[in-house]
Write a protein that binds this ligand. Sequence first.
Ligand code: NAD
Length: 309
Amino acid sequence: MAARLLDGVSVATAIRAEVAPGVAGFTSKRGRPPGLGIVLVGNDPASEVYVASKLKSAGEAGLRADLHRLPAAASLADLMAIVDQLNENDACDGILVQSPLPEAMGVDAERRVFDAVRADKDVDGFHPINVGRLVQNRATLVACTPSGVIELLERSQIPIAGKRAAVIGRSDIVGKPMALLLLHRHATVTVCHSRTANLAHVVSDADIVVAAIGRPGFVTRDFIKPGAVVVDVGTTPVSDRATIERLFPPGSKRREAFERRGQLVVGDVHPDVAEVAGALSPVPGGVGPLTIALLLKNTLLAAQARASV
Ligand code: NAD
């Protein structure tokens, strides 16, 4: 039987609708909308698309979103100067520095920049203070993608408490906060990664599987317990035909899309998993739209929290 599809688009629409009155209320009370400062360094094509989408969504939600651009050759000091400016700007409630940063900025540039963003404006939830609060289950600003996964599960009436969950991937941005959010909702969580032995076997014990590794179609049906809930976070642009042929049969919609565009964004979960899973959050149409909805929500939360201090 085919898995029930978890619809990220409609959950994202519902979250945006809930954010709208909060934004309107803040704006009329404070005489200005909640402000989001987005910093983009260089011209990475995927980052351009993400940033354009964030700006558009923020505008539609009634937020004030400003883009601050730097050339790819900018120094870390140039970037830090913009972050400082936004930290000091009282009309800016949220700061987002789009990753990845150019490699020339240095291996620890992202860490240093995320640390430099004021914790109360850290709408990405990457600052160590916000991560620490998340560990203690008292965070206001939590990383958008894993928060989006929780919204998707809860609003799709997927029970979490008492369930076994496997998170594949242990990044600071997705895997680790995802595991903590599931733990705080009383799941028994296993975090899997590139050195996990017998990965498929470990995952096949789970009632809820979240895949966040960036390996197209890596999670195959033998990983999945029949009836399990599977959330695909992976988004990898693929232009290699062999990979597409391995995943999507001729005549399928995704294959046709690849033939038209020569590229496809592909998740970590093999499409065949839909035949064994009970529910599946697909790529596209699953977690992606939620990440932006949660960014809007976090910006409103940051604005409200700063205004109440
Ligand atoms: P990352 O590269 O920082 O981390 C990848 C993780 O996967 C690592 O912890 C690594 O241990 C694990 N991993 C890699 N290969 C593995 C393997 N063979 N077996 C088991 N584990 C393995 O990536 P990230 O930032 O966490 O992102 C993960 C994926 O999620 C990417 O495809 C990214 O594009 C996507 N993503 C999507 C959204 C969204 O809004 N939909 C947001 C953030 C990230």
